[in-house]
Design a protein around this ligand. Sequence first.
Ligand code: GDP
Length: 179
Amino acid sequence: LPQVAFSGRSNVGKSSVINRLLNRKNFARVGAAPGKTTQINYFKIDNAFYLVDLPGYGYAKVSKAERDRWGKLMESYFADPELMTLGVMIVDSRHKPTADDCTMAQWYREAGCPFVVVANKLDKLKKSQVEPNLQVIRETLELGEGDVVIPFSAEKGTGRQELVSAILASVEGRKAPGA
Ligand code: GDP
């Protein structure tokens, strides 16, 4: 089955995005101890694809041992790029993406895995901040014309349909939506 990998900084709302996507409350654990790299979780969705929940990164207070553990897990996952159909990179729409976010984008590129960026916590932005912030995200992650950034709120449900469409298009053989 194709794999759709979800990645993001600790506390960016990755679990909340997954729960919103699947319309479930407790699928992915929300508010798990920040920075505790446990494992890569696989959820089989509708016999159509695996949703791969990659451990969060970038939490300031983690030990070097914990960071190394995270690096090893990522290396093992990215070692098999033919399994990866789509990356869903979650960032915080309020902030400029971090160096770790840029590294993650680079990993997807090097693996030849297409990815979409989900700009979460949109509900915390003023309307006037949305476009400028999305632009900063595009520039910082060095996205191209064809790359997709989905404004999203796990809390309100904004952007859910767009994310569903992007995932289905990718899982069904990278057809353009509606093709
Ligand atoms: P994870 O560590 O990336 O899995 O993040 P969680 O899903 O556990 O969310 C971290 C915190 O952000 C929790 O307190 C969530 O309620 C909150 N959160 C997640 N998504 C949103 C959102 O779209 N809007 C707002 N306002 N809060 C959110």
